[in-house]
Design a protein around this ligand. Structure first.
Ligand code: G3P
Length: 249
């Protein structure tokens, strides 16, 4: 850990029921969390209000997606204004599942980020390479291209956290080694220094996601440029997520 306050996000993805959400919220409410960590959970849209009304204010709430602009005749979408209305402070954008399964592209994601920020919704901006891209030696190219799309749309980085999530590590149990993650985090920070500003490079938090669990988080958290985690599967279990939050060094 290096830049800024340690940040741990739990991305619940498309999981849960009213009952399981209520159990997880109770576990998180009862947990003792280190004070020096920003904690955010991202329930499915449909449970955000339930979580907002039952979860301790100690933990902030994120959406997993948002519409690209002001609301209106966009069937099935949720606007940034609506997130603000229910007290949801964050949104995850550019997640690999939305890039590769739903087909969102760099430009669309960049515009979403700009609009969300304009409405004071903070952004967890995700980047990361596919296995074939890593094997072809293109990890940095892919991550920098995704970073450029964010940088083209974002002018104020104070409300942005970058999440490096190598696609081959997501939900696979195949976590990046601390060295592999550190290498990309350092490269992204260096890219920011050259392409955005030295200030942003040194202040923005770069968190790691991909098969983070209660057993591997401590080693990862020791690395200089790993400023926290974005956790999928393990964030659905209160005790495991608590261990990850408390891995702050
Ligand atoms: O956004 C978090 C994520 O994609 C990682 O998922 O299940 O590998 O921790 P998981």
């Amino acid at each position: 850990a290096g830049s800024g306050k340690f940040f741990v996000g739990g991305n619940w993805k498309c999981n849960g029921t009213k009952d399981s959400v209520s159990k997880l919220v109770s576990e998180l409410n009862a947990a003792t969390l280190e004070t020096d960590v920003d904690v955010v959970v991202a329930p499915p849209f449909i449970y955000i209000d339930q979580v907002k009304n039952s979860l301790t204010d100690r933990i902030e709430i994120s959406a997993q997606n948002v519409w690209i602009g002001k609301g209106g005749a966009y069937t099935g979408e949720i606007s940034a204004e609506q997130l603000v209305d229910i007290g949801c402070q964050w949104v995850i954008l550019g997640h690999s599942e939305r890039r590769h399964i739903i087909g969102e592209d760099d430009e669309f994601i960049g515009k979403k980020a700009a609009y969300a920020l304009s409405q004071n919704v903070k952004v967890i901006a995700c980047i990361g390479e596919l296995l074939e891209e890593r094997e072809a030696g293109k990890t940095f190219d892919v991550c920098f291209k995704q970073m450029k799309a964010f940088a083209d749309s974002i002018s104020n980085w104070a409300d942005v956290v970058i999440a490096y999530e190598p696609v081959w590590a997501i939900g696979t149990g195949k976590v990046a080694t601390p060295e592999q993650a550190q290498e990309v985090h350092a490269a992204v920070r260096d890219w920011l220094k050259t392409n955005v500003s030295p200030d942003v490079a040194s202040s923005v938090r770069i968190i790691y996601g991909g098969s983070v669990n209660s057993a591997n988080c401590a080693e990862l958290a020791k690395k200089e440029d790993i400023d926290g985690f974005l956790v999928g599967g393990a964030s659905l279990k209160g005790p495991d997520f608590t261990t990850i939050i408390n891995s702050v060094t």
